[in-house]
Design a protein around this ligand. Structure first.
Ligand code: SF4
Length: 332
């Protein structure tokens, strides 16, 4: 059984213009100890699908359909048998204990008026209830040492704004480590960091999988980031998963035209900063997404049928799947 199994998830946002269909019937899974990448442009639905899992959608967000099984239990609010407040409390417990989230901007998570030590205490206490002050301090120092923060005892006394962006991200990882979570969801954890620090943060995430056996979901717009980190990858576009496979299948045998666009960018030796080379055109309007393939307006292979019907999933291997009409035409 998978650690996380999402089936047919549909999440939309109520706006004055109508319903924005951010996540459109996606299915994915993550096993214990597995690192899975979700890759796509901004607005592809990758973050909103994970906020749906965490119960962290904005007030106007609503899960319309689907199932989210985490650790054998259904956590999707539409199947929860109880009051909304009870579900919120249930999800708060899960977020504090078994699922940890690492955000792109650590400042949005860290409390600016509390020292690092104070912010580490709560997750430590959640797991080891009967500790005195000295024992907690020792564990906090150990945690900061594990994530490579120099002079940890001094850092514990500091406030978030006194640390660099890379150090703040390490503190978030230390807080996650204190919970020994079963699942870590990292949303663009390295986007704001320079390349050297990026590599170190990715190493730390890999260490967490190795040391505590957590499943990890890495959300990113940059295929380069997931290249050496992930076991499997889902490519999202226009609220849909358009291709999925092992990291090797996506990198060496990726077939969807959008995946290929992302790969061209990563493989382009003239680009030395891992910025995505923009694919001409813009993402679909998710207020009224096309009935067919969401990539149709930007795809050089688009056919009439692409606009009208969403292509069936084609299973290329046990792990490699793609949704593209080219598979029916035998061009893939
Ligand atoms: Fe291009 Fe059609 Fe394939 Fe979509 S389904 S990626 S439009 S060929």
């Amino acid at each position: 059984m998978s650690l996380l199994e999402i089936k047919n998830l549909k999440t939309s946002f109520v706006t004055e213009q109508g319903m924005v269909q951010a996540v459109r019937n996606i299915s994915l899974s993550v096993d214990e100890g597995e690192i899975v990448g979700i890759v796509g442009e901004s607005g592809s639905g990758k973050s909103q699908s994970m906020y749906s899992v965490m119960g962290l959608l904005n007030e106007n967000g609503v899960i319309e359909e689907g199932s989210i099984i985490f650790d054998g239990k259904e956590i999707c609010p539409i199947h929860f048998k109880g009051k909304e407040k009870e579900w919120e409390k249930y999800m708060e417990d899960i977020r504090g204990n078994t699922i940890a989230m690492i955000f792109q901007d650590p400042m949005s998570f860290l409390n600016p008026v509390l020292t690092i030590e104070k912010q580490l205490v709560e997750p430590i206490l959640n797991h080891r209830k009967k500790l005195n002050r000295d024992q907690m301090h020792t564990i906090a120092v150990e945690l900061l040492t594990r994530v490579g923060i120099p002079s940890p005892a001094e850092r514990l006394k500091q406030y978030p704004h006194q640390l660099s962006g890379g150090m703040r991200q390490r503190v978030i990882i230390a807080i996650a480590l204190a919970c020994s979570p079963k699942l870590i969801i990292a949303d663009e954890p390295t986007t704001a960091l320079d390349v050297t620090i990026q590599a170190k943060i990715l190493e730390l995430i890999k260490d967490m999988r190795k040391n505590i056996g957590s499943g990890v979901i890495l959300i990113t717009h940059d295929l380069g980031v997931v290249a050496s980190t992930c076991d499997r990858i889902y490519i999202m576009y226009g609220g849909k998963i358009v291709e999925s496979g092992t990291a090797d299948e996506i990198f060496y045998e990726g077939v969807h035209p959008y995946t290929k666009g992302l790969l061209d960018c990563v493989n382009n030796p003239e680009l030395d900063d891992h910025e995505l080379r923009p694919i001409p055109g813009s993402p679909p309007d998710l207020l009224a997404p096309p009935a067919g393939c969401p990539f149709v307006d930007r795809c050089e292979h688009a056919m009439k049928i692409c606009k009208l019907y969403w292509p069936k999933e084609k299973v290329l291997t046990g792990t490699h799947k793609v949704n593209c009409w080219l598979t029916e035409k035998g061009s893939i």
